[in-house]
Design a protein. Sequence first.
Length: 194
Amino acid sequence: MKYDAPGNEDEVLPNLLGLSDRRAIELAEAEGFFRAELVLYGELNDDTVFDVAYIKRLHRLALERVYEFAGKFRGVNISKGGFTFPAAKFLDASMQDFEVTVLRNEPSVPSSREALIAHMAIVHAELLFIHPFREGNGRAARLLLDLLALKHGYEKLDFKPMKDRFDDYVAAVQHAASGDYAAMEQLIRSAFPS
């Protein structure tokens, strides 16, 4: 489902590749996220710091060949399925708060499986609730979780259970707005490597 936003009346956002076909843009985006994954996995180590700059770089690496706005916070207000994400004018402050109150609370390496799952649930839910980018928020958030898992000595997550329970996934993100991460923890646990 596409976002409801000014200038988003077409299925495909204006892009650097001049693509107008939805399938072609999806393929270009997927290739970009794969390239970003390779770069970031190659650089990952115990000293990697996940902060706002890192998340912006992740997004830029993934979408810089596709969109001019890659790595930049969105400048438009967006909603999806009747849910309105935080206003664009508050994104800088929201993301700085996210860095201080969430990202800096990463468990030490190595961490227990449950401590990491709890942290990942908060990271994922809050980042998706903020929705800082014009496009690619879910994929950026999932890649960030994979990087967190790998940094802490675990395998990548299997996001299929989350995709299969998409309504539960959306509800878990919405519950995060009130500080309730239990549903997201359950979904992360179902996706976490055994």
